[in-house]
Design a protein around this ligand. Structure first.
Ligand code: ADP
Ligand code: MG
Length: 319
């Protein structure tokens, strides 16, 4: 990268986010150096957002910055890891200082909020695309995977499902939403909340977890396949906004994307801990939506049992 561009990147991306696990060597050298504290393991993930594919082209620089980091933090949340460091690769059609200023301001906010430090990256020219690689830390072997679900476990999801997909459909003018619903839906699409609030709960009580990026049905299926079990989910118990209920638009919650809520399985023995959690954490609620079974995969609706193992046919369900 030419010196002039490097100083630009330095201006916008130096000192982004702080963590108690501060890097030994951060941006500015050929590579960064970090130390894994004794007794911890590193948990790593990477995600790319391409303009026009992972976010609408008109998305603001601030919203892109938020989402690029939030979707990666969501992967750490699903593993019950604590954020520590990230790398950022930006491909930009041109060096646009207004765009960079807006992007980096929001990036700093969210990096500070979730205590993750930007330790390096890359900058190049091309179609707008952002790649973030995150590293989190977890106490040795206290991570949660997709493969531990047991028969009889409760299936829980955090927050509300379907709002982001509804926001996208609204922006694409595929649906109309009442004024008071628009902001919630667009906000859910552009500003997902990584559910790091659940890290301690997951470590104590979850047998398996995944973050919901492609709709509950598809993502829960990953848990079922990795764990070698089946499930039933009850449509009536899905945590959805009233618009989805009134319009019988459950497909947004079941097979819509971009919610970044967590889906976890928990033994029914921990029901008292789930209730206590919900009483103490009004902003990070858990909702019981079904059970892990020996085999099969079904959605119970008001009038039928839908076989979800034929997921392909399911995609048009309710539409
Ligand atoms: P190289 O030529 O070795 O790829 P670069 O010139 O791309 O190095 O980067 C120089 C330094 O600036 C590196 O330490 C790199 O991590 C950092 N850097 C480059 N782009 C970014 C970015 N978008 N965000 C954070 N750090 C960056
Ligand atoms: Mg480089």
């Amino acid at each position: 990268m030419p010196q002039s561009e490097f100083s630009l990147i330095e201006r916008y991306f130096a000192n982004t986010g702080t963590t108690q696990y501060s890097a030994k060597l951060s941006q500015g050298d050929d590579a960064a150096i970090v130390e894994i504290p004794p007794g911890k393991q590193a948990v790593m993930s990477v995600d790319t957002l391409v303009s026009g594919i992972h976010f609408p082209e008109q998305t603001s620089a601030a919203d892109i910055a938020h989402k690029a980091l939030a979707v990666n933090l969501s992967d750490l949340a699903a593993m019950a890891a604590t954020p520590a460091w990230f790398l950022l690769s930006i491909t930009l059609p041109e060096v646009d200082e207004t765009w960079l200023a807006e992007f980096s301001a929001r990036l700093k906010n969210i990096a500070d909020q979730y205590e993750i430090e930007l330790i390096g990256g890359d900058t190049c020219r091309g179609h707008l695309s952002i790649t973030v690689q995150v590293t989190g830390l977890v106490d040795k072997d206290r991570y949660v995977t997709r493969s531990g679900a047991n028969i009889g476990d409760l299936i829980l999801v955090s927050g509300q499902l379907g709002n982001a997909a509804r926001g996208l459909a609204f922006l694409q003018k595929k649906i109309r939403l009442p004024k008071e619903e628009q902001e919630l839906a667009v906000q859910a699409l552009n500003r997902p909340i990584p559910r790091l609030c659940l890290t301690a709960f997951l470590q104590k009580y979850a047998s398996a977890a995944i973050d919901i990026s492609d709709g509950l049905i598809g993502d829960l299926k990953h848990i079922l396949e990795k764990s070698g079990v089946g499930a039933v989910i009850r449509q009536a118990d899905l945590p959805v906004n009233k618009w989805i209920k009134q319009n019988n638009a459950f497909q947004y919650a079941l097979s819509g994307g971009d919610d970044y809520e967590l889906c976890l399985t928990v033994s029914p023995d921990h029901r008292n801990h789930i209730n206590a959690w919900n009483q103490n954490n009004p902003d990070c609620q858990l909702h019981e939506v079904g059970e892990v079974t020996e085999s099969g995969y079904y959605l119970i609706t008001d009038d039928q049992n839908v076989d979800l193992t034929r997921a392909k046919g399911y995609q048009h369900f309710g539409e």
